[in-house]
Design a protein. Structure first.
Length: 806
């Protein structure tokens, strides 16, 4: 249990009169009871219909009860935002229940459909969860990026001056600190002069499997300080501090300081008699210790020895109140996993649940009658009206729900299409943004870009040169001042609209999550665009999923992609990302081939990322009313651009996911279907095929994701017996002969398009990339991986042969 002694927190105990403390203490008991009962109820008191363990974490909850009681009922203000350690979800829901923001029914249905969620969820819970958590580490980093976003919108003067800055608070399990993304976020936070972040570490020295290493606290302390954080250690509670002041107390303090974490845990579990035996054996010879032991019965000795500051309301309140500046602060709070429960300190308690007898004893201890388990004040010693009056004054709950809304930013009907005969989609993207950068429009003002050290190589330079880099502190571009010739102008200022990150894709996605929730967190709208190399989506995939899970809104521009990246080689060539694009919920994925398609998609996307379920939808069944985020998979391969008018039908096809570049003759027996940069090969192969099969069609798929989602939704609609829904994929493929063959081709896993054969039962020859790429030029690589014109012709021949045989 080694660790530094608690530094003095100052003497300020503002308003900490005895009545307030008594109320907080009563509520602390109630929160512990409700969280344990909620989990017990979920596990023991409902019909088992599937033989599955329900689960829940009574011990992990107990660990945080005091800290969360102090925070929510005394310290937090409505503008503060909190990421709660995922497995303390019941504590959060219990607190919201006491504050009147959560229904009893939801608690009774904890971990059931429609009930309170196992882990706090912004989208599935209804009691004002600020940040979803679940995948440990991500919620912690989210607070840091949310603080950066708060600075961004404040320095732009988009929040009322009178609106106080919120603290972005993470309640962190100590084992969460093993997650690397936390360190990526810490370093990035340091670079951006992070403010207003509080990380409260629940230092119970236990993870899921084990007791954590001794002396870890020293590393944590050093690490945070080296990143510019203030560290406040909450080690011993008031009772222990008082005992340390008595004769023998110094020796006792040293003994606890030196006690290995596992021994401390074991003694905590075993209780008073074990503490007595061990202290007597180790310190019996020290003057004063016998007297101390004689002065306590078993239960009071156990209470004394486990009086860590993280379970001592007064110590906790002093520590929180003691911080007055906006420096990022880490509270290292010593706690006990399972504190107050029968398995406190047991090394295997992570998934431990009280059995029926233990719960009966716990109920008696809490003086709760059977049938009165959900009563808000049952068993408490204070009068109900005093507690009600206290809760009515809780600062955090003064404004009601704390979610903001922000008006939408108007998006013009169409973005200008960059001109040029041969262009890549990546270059087109850069030019579309550079054009926007020149505009004096609300749309341009609200765009904020971010990139993990690939700003230049993803073509954001034109945008950044005009709009500048965001930094809390203005900094001139030294190279420019010294007249070093460069195409990049990188002045930094609070007005800047690009956030430059170090190379950490996790940070990009978590920043996008925070930027993409600015409307809800801070009441002002941002239109975030993040760029990265396509293969490195996989590096940050969990963080991307995290961003989508909490319904953050952003545009992700991944470029370059696929083996089309050619000489760069296999480590940079993505294969699986198109499938990720199809499968990732909350993310509409596109892979345009031409720049006019890209302009249409981006124009649509600026609107789509702002939708919230209201208003009308242009295409049925997709998430077109709710909106979502958007992923664009782009390429560096220049392609000859089509000369065409962008009419409404074409625009609808591009946004819907596909259109006929060359429509098939009704009843035709063959179609070539392509996505993205292989358009050139598909067009050429189609031209050659038309010599024999003049009716063959050529289809451009701009979004396999949206075509697929529409098809599934239409199928579901019909399965439900509703009408004659027809999806875009079905309509597009309808003119083909029933026994027609499709040749699909994409620079990515072929599975992304081959399902098109199932739409009307057509046979499919699916070309794509199934193995790692390598260095080469496009002709060599397309030949080797079978994406070239010959491969398409061979596939078409094989398809016709098969049809002939059928
Ligand atoms: C990314 C990720 N990996 C694994 C898990 C499973 N898991 C949930 S809690 C936990 C241990 C957490 O220990 P700690 O953070 O110390 O919390 P405590 O329960 O001790 O408060 C693990 C491994 C997870 N939720 N997320
Ligand atoms: Mg722990």
């Amino acid at each position: 249990m080694a660790g530094p002694a608690t530094p003095s927190m100052g003497t300020d105990t503002r308003d900490l009169d005895a009545r307030k403390l008594a109320c907080l203490s009563a509520l602390e008991n109630k929160v512990l009871w409700l969280s344990a009962w909620m989990i017990h109820n979920a596990n023991h008191l409902r019909e088992d219909r599937d033989g599955l363990k329900v689960g829940g974490h009574q011990a992990s909850c107990a660990s945080l009860v005091t800290l969360m009681t102090a925070l929510y009922f005394e310290i937090l203000r409505p503008q503060d935002r909190v990421a709660v350690k995922p497995h303390a979800s019941p504590v959060f829901h219990a607190i919201q229940y006491l504050l009147g923001n959560q229904s009893r029914e939801k608690l009774e249905h904890f971990r059931r459909l429609g009930g309170a969620q196992s882990y706090p969820s912004r989208t599935k819970d209804t009691d004002d969860v600020d940040f979803s958590t679940g995948s440990v580490g991500l919620g912690v980093a989210m607070t840091s990026f949310a603080s950066l976003v708060q600075d961004y919108v404040r320095l732009k003067r988009w929040v009322p001056e009178a609106q106080a800055n919120g603290r972005m608070v993470a309640l962190v399990g100590d084992a969460e600190l093993d997650e690397g993304n936390i360190y990526e976020a810490l370093l990035e936070g340091w670079k951006h002069d992070l403010r207003n972040a509080w990380w409260v570490i629940d230092y119970n020295r236990q993870s899921l499997d084990a007791v954590v290493r001794d002396r870890l606290f020293g590393q944590i302390d050093q690490l945070f300080r080296s990143m510019g954080w203030n560290v406040v250690t909450l080690k011993y509670g008031k009772k222990l501090e008082a005992a340390f002041a008595e004769p023998g107390g110094e020796a006792l303090r040293r003994w606890i300081d030196d006690c290995p974490n596992s021994l401390y845990s074991a003694l905590t579990f075993q209780g008073g008699a074990a503490w007595h035996r061990q202290i007597l054996a180790d310190l019996g010879h020290v003057a004063g210790i016998k007297g101390l032991l004689d002065g306590h019965d078993e239960s009071s000795l156990a209470a004394l020895m486990t009086n860590l500051a993280g379970h001592d309301l007064e110590s906790v309140l002093e520590a929180f109140h003691g911080v007055r500046d906006d420096r990022p602060t880490c509270f290292l709070a010593y706690t006990i996993k399972g504190f107050g429960l029968p398995f406190a300190g047991h090394k295997d308690n992570h998934a431990g649940l009280m059995n029926l007898d233990q719960m009966a004893a716990f109920r008696r201890r809490n003086r709760i009658a059977e049938g009165a388990e959900w009563e808000r004040f049952g068993g408490l010693e204070l009068p109900e009206d005093e507690l009600e009056a206290f809760l009515a004054r809780v600062p955090f709950a003064q404004t009601g729900p704390r979610r903001h809304k922000a008006p939408r930013v108007a998006v013009p009907a169409g973005l200008p299409i960059p001109g040029g005969d041969r262009l890549s989609t990546q270059e087109g993207f850069g030019r579309i943004l550079a054009d926007l950068a020149r505009e004096d429009s609300e749309l341009a003002a609200r765009i904020v870009t971010a990139s993990p050290d690939v700003t230049v190589s993803t073509n954001l330079s034109g945008w950044v040169n005009r709009r500048g880099i965001f930094d809390r502190h203005p900094q001139a571009d030294t190279f420019k001042e010294h007249k070093v010739v460069s195409a990049q102008r990188w002045a930094m200022s609070p007005e800047g609209q690009h956030i430059e990150l170090g190379i950490a894709e996790n940070n990009l996605f978590i920043l996008l999550a925070a930027l993409g929730l600015a409307h809800s967190l801070f009441g002002t709208r941002l239109l975030p665009i993040g760029t990265l190399y396509d293969p490195f989506i996989q590096r940050g995939l969990d963080a991307l999923n995290y961003a989508c899970y909490q319904d953050a809104r952003f545009m992700l521009v991944a470029t370059p992609s696929g083996i089309t990246l050619a000489p760069e080689g296999g480590a940079h060539q993505s294969v699986a990302t198109p499938l990720i694009g199809v499968a990732q919920d909350g993310l509409a994925s596109f892979e345009p081939a031409f720049v006019d398609e890209l302009a249409v998609i981006m124009g649509w996307a600026f609107d789509y990322i702002q939708r919230d379920g209201s208003g009308h939808s242009e295409i049925d069944w997709l998430r077109d009313k709710e909106g979502g985020s958007v992923y664009l998979r782009l390429s560096t391969r220049p392609l000859a651009q089509p000369k065409r008018d962008m009419d409404e039908a074409l625009r609808m096809g591009i946004v819907g996911g596909g259109y006929w570049l060359s429509p098939p003759k009704p009843g035709t027996e063959l179609a070539v279907i392509y996505t993205g940069a292989v358009a050139e090969e598909a067009i050429e192969a189609h031209a050659q095929l038309q010599e024999d099969l003049p009716g063959a069609g050529l289809m451009a798929v701009t979004s396999a994701d949206r075509l697929n989602a529409g098809w599934h939704a239409a199928e579901r609609d019909r399965q439900g017996g509703h009408g004659k829904a027809q999806s875009l994929a079905e309509k597009l493929l309808a003119p083909l002969a029933p026994n027609a063959a499709l040749v699909t081709v994409v620079d990515g896993h072929p599975g992304v398009l081959e399902w098109l054969g199932s739409v009307h039962g057509h046979s499919v020859q699916a070309l794509g990339v199934e193995h790692f790429g390598q260095s080469g030029d496009i002709p060599d690589l397309y030949r080797t991986y079978r994406l070239d014109v010959d491969a398409i012709l061979d596939a078409a021949a094989a398809a016709c042969l098969r049809r002939g045989r059928a």
